[in-house]
Design a protein around this ligand. Structure first.
Ligand SMILES: *[C@@H]1O[C@H](CO)[C@@H](O)[C@H](O)[C@H]1NC(C)=O
Ligand SMILES: *[C@@H]1O[C@H](CO)[C@@H](O)[C@H](O)[C@H]1NC(C)=O
Ligand SMILES: *[C@@H]1O[C@H](CO)[C@@H](O)[C@H](O)[C@H]1NC(C)=O
Length: 501
């Protein structure tokens, strides 16, 4: 056993050493840096670009920082080189396609390591600078990414890796990228997200002044990791951000059609036991964040219309079960019934709108559902209020009885348009006792419907009753067929609506 083992081991060891040498030599660089680099106003970095010398072919890999005479090794680790090689080859392909050239001025946004900056310099794009919150001179300047020290239209090429989707202020970051890019300049983004049409659309919504050149999958620098490379081009004459205006949404865009094609089907037949069928249907619901990547959004917003108590839906369902892809959602609870208001004062992170979602600003009346009160065994905390009505009749004459409450209604569609934009991810739950037949048409009429990414709608109709076989609920006039038409019209318009209960 021993005799053949020893020479074999020695041979293997030699082979290994040879392999290491063969690997290291071609990548050995001497990087000499003179001057500390520095950034004063807009003159930031191009002036000192010649102070960085990158040369290949030496016998040892080291970096000498001559400022102050202190030599220190930098960027020589295998991982560091591998990352730079990865970006070099990516940029070479981009150069071959004409997106960058040696004459380009290039910026790498959010580049803390400087891999990308060095890679661009190595392929000959000497006018390259990186900007990051943390300083890593001289390849990268430190700076506020939301207020960058560069003049308008400074760069031909801007590169960003996994940064926009993790920024707390993606819109401000993108505004800076768009501002510092020259018209017709290119933006290249590497991201682990954006593998689906919805996510790609989110990116385009963030860059209203750019057009998509292409989006394709590439192999990442870490083995087997898949990345997406997205190239955008700034449109000439698009200095003015088109802002938050609601796009025309009468034509259902492709990314929404794809989502709807994978959504759970609507229940076509009126259920004989709706209290079972509709509850069970929740298991079939395909949540939007389980189908698409929601990374490239400005804010994440959940609006519960008819929120009732905190625990009835926000706490028990949205907080616990809705898949959020690790995003923090701003929560709005819209609830007109005073009985629930006190509880919300103590809930952090929930904005209570103590009004009724309605089609215009006006005073309304609603009934308290006493039947439900009795069932719950409580005196006044009803499970919800009845359908709201404009208060033209009785209450205007001061005839608000014990069972009728006077409340403020507000124009929900207008509020929605002034509160969120298409750059935001917006989830709405609507349980408003039949008022959906007023509110949904108003959302269409105003275009506000296009701002809702996902809608959980409880449609109220004269359902079969559990208590009394063969009897329909006298509470609502609408039929299941009308509900189904409401759901279908929403889906046909591209809204991912779910039948809620
Ligand atoms: C730079 O661009 C921003 C927005 O794109 C604009 O508001 C500003 O006026 C421009 N500044 C100059 C000096 O042109
Ligand atoms: C959310 O964060 C956890 C822990 O940080 C991580 O394990 C998980 O993969 C993340 N999920 C998503 C969808 O990003
Ligand atoms: C409705 O009320 C809101 C909040 O008070 C207000 O901002 C908005 O301008 C009002 N809308 C109309 C049409 O009066």
């Amino acid at each position: 056993m021993e005799l053949p083992a020893k020479p074999a081991r020695r041979f293997l060891a030699r082979l290994l050493i040879l392999g290491v040498i063969a690997f290291v030599v071609p990548f050995a660089y001497v990087v000499t840096i003179r001057g500390g680099g520095g950034c004063s106003g807009e003159s930031c970095f191009f002036s000192s670009s010649d102070s960085l010398t990158v040369s290949a072919g030496g016998s040892a890999a080291y970096v000498r920082h001559t400022d102050g005479g202190v030599a220190r090794d930098l960027w020589t680790s295998r991982e560091w080189r591998r990352a730079v090689e990865f970006y070099s080859s990516s940029f070479q392909s981009l150069a071959a396609e004409g997106f960058i050239s040696p004459a380009s001025k290039a910026l790498c946004v959010g580049s803390a390591s400087g891999h990308e900056v060095l890679a661009l310099k190595e392929i000959g794009v000497s006018n390259t600078v990186g900007i990051s919150r943390t300083r890593s001179l001289p390849l990268v300047v430190s700076g506020n990414l939301y207020s960058q020290p560069f003049k308008n239209a400074s760069f031909d090429f801007i590169f960003s890796v996994n940064h926009i989707e993790h920024s707390p202020r993606p819109v401000d970051l993108v505004a800076e990228i768009s501002r510092t890019l020259k018209p017709e300049g290119f933006i290249a983004i590497h991201t682990a997200s954006a593998g689906d049409a919805y996510s790609l659309r989110s990116i385009l919504d963030l860059f209203p002044s750019c057009r998509l050149v292409r989006s394709h999958e590439i192999d990442g620098s870490i083995s087997s990791m898949k990345l997406r490379e997205i190239i955008l081009q700034k449109q000439p004459g698009s200095e003015i951000d088109s802002g938050d205006s609601v796009h025309e949404c009468s034509v259902v865009p492709d990314h929404k059609l794809r989502i709807l094609a994978s959504a759970e089907p609507l229940i076509q037949e009126e259920p004989l036991k709706p209290w079972i069928t509709l509850k069970k249907n929740i298991k079939n619901v395909k949540y939007l964040p389980s189908m698409v990547d929601i990374s490239f959004k400005r804010r994440y917003v959940y609006i519960d219309i008819g929120a009732r108590s905190y625990g009835s839906s926000i706490g028990s369902w949205f907080k616990k079960q809705y898949p959020k892809q690790n995003r923090t959602f701003e929560i709005y609870a819209i609830e007109a019934d005073r009985a629930f208001h006190e509880e919300y004062a103590k809930k952090k992170g929930v904005n209570l709108l103590p009004f009724a979602a309605w089609v215009r600003n006006e005073t309304l009346t609603f009934e308290v559902n006493h039947e439900l009160d009795q069932k719950a065994g409580k005196k006044s905390l009803g499970r919800g209020m009845g359908r709201i009505k404009p208060s033209a009749g009785d209450s205007a004459n001061g005839l608000v009885s014990n069972d009728l409450h006077s409340i403020h209604g507000f124009d929900f569609a207008e509020w929605l348009k002034s509160t969120v934009s298409e750059k935001d991810f917006v989830v709405v739950k609507m349980d408003i006792e039949g008022t959906e037949f007023d509110l949904v048409p108003r959302l269409f009429e105003t275009g506000a419907i296009c701002l809702i990414d996902e809608l959980f709608l409880e449609c109220h109709y004269n359902r079969w009753q559990r208590c009394c076989p063969g009897e329909r609920s006298p509470k609502y006039k609408n039929t299941y067929g009308q509900c189904l038409r409401l759901f279908s019209s929403l889906r046909e318009s591209g809204v991912l609506v779910h039948q809620w209960w």
